[in-house]
Design a protein around this ligand. Sequence first.
Ligand SMILES: Nc1ncnc2c1ncn2[C@@H]1O[C@H](COP(=O)(O)OP(=O)(O)OP(=O)(O)O)[C@@H](O)[C@H]1O
Length: 266
Amino acid sequence: MTTSSRQLTIPDRTSLPIVLDAKQVSVVIESRVILHDVSFWIPKGEFVCLCGPNGAGKSTFLKTVLGLLKPTSGTIEILGKPAHEGRHAVGYVPQRKSFDRDFPARAIDLIVASMRGTWPFRITDQERERARKVLRRVGGEPLLDKPIAGLSGGETQRVFLARALVNDPALLILDEPTAGVDVKGRGEFLDVLAEVSASDELAAILVTHNLAAIARTAERVVYLTDGHLTAWGLPHELLGRRSFEALHDGASARALGSESAFPDED
Ligand SMILES: Nc1ncnc2c1ncn2[C@@H]1O[C@H](COP(=O)(O)OP(=O)(O)OP(=O)(O)O)[C@@H](O)[C@H]1O
């Protein structure tokens, strides 16, 4: 472990392979600087919560990791390759609101489409088994043949998580996956994310404002303010040890319902 200039604990670069390496990433859109010189890295197996007020640049950063947006300066590498070449190593869970819930597909169709890279008109027994296995991993096996249109928010996000995991990514990206999901579904989805976080293989970036999500999943927190990285350290260093410990072993319903973990947010 090493410490940053603000005495927060950042990960060692030498003991584990680096899955995501962002070096001085700046993004300028229409002459406006959206990200300023953002640098941090994620070693294998580490679960990072990316936090910050609305408009801080979190989604913009995710877009650069997904190769959808090119940094104006700086670089993003995934397993040592430029982001657009490392895309196959990334699984992505979008915000629930970004998905058309009337889309006429079953859970299995979405998962097999992700496996193949094309829409499946016929599904083999082998593909069905692989889809079932990944849904089981996220506690969603009974959803296999259900139409997406009829699923609850929490169920939909399980299917999307299964879809993101099916190709065994090295890096999982989740953009506010529990926003718009009811308190029960949110709690259940956090149980699954806490298991993902416990994996030593999978690195992850979870964008969230939710205190319970941070307390239960984060091994490290990166905080952006107005496009600048303003803090990067262990969860208790950013949240305060007492509130972190109070939440860690059993997030209260109030915390699950809370949208913001930090005092400067809504
Ligand atoms: N394509 C774009 N054109 C112009 N401005 C943009 C574009 N994309 C993002 N921005 C601006 O960049 C800033 C950062 O946006 P971004 O969506 O990355 O923030 P965020 O931290 O994800 O916010 P939120 O928590 O509200 O989702 C905002 O002020 C936004 O209006």
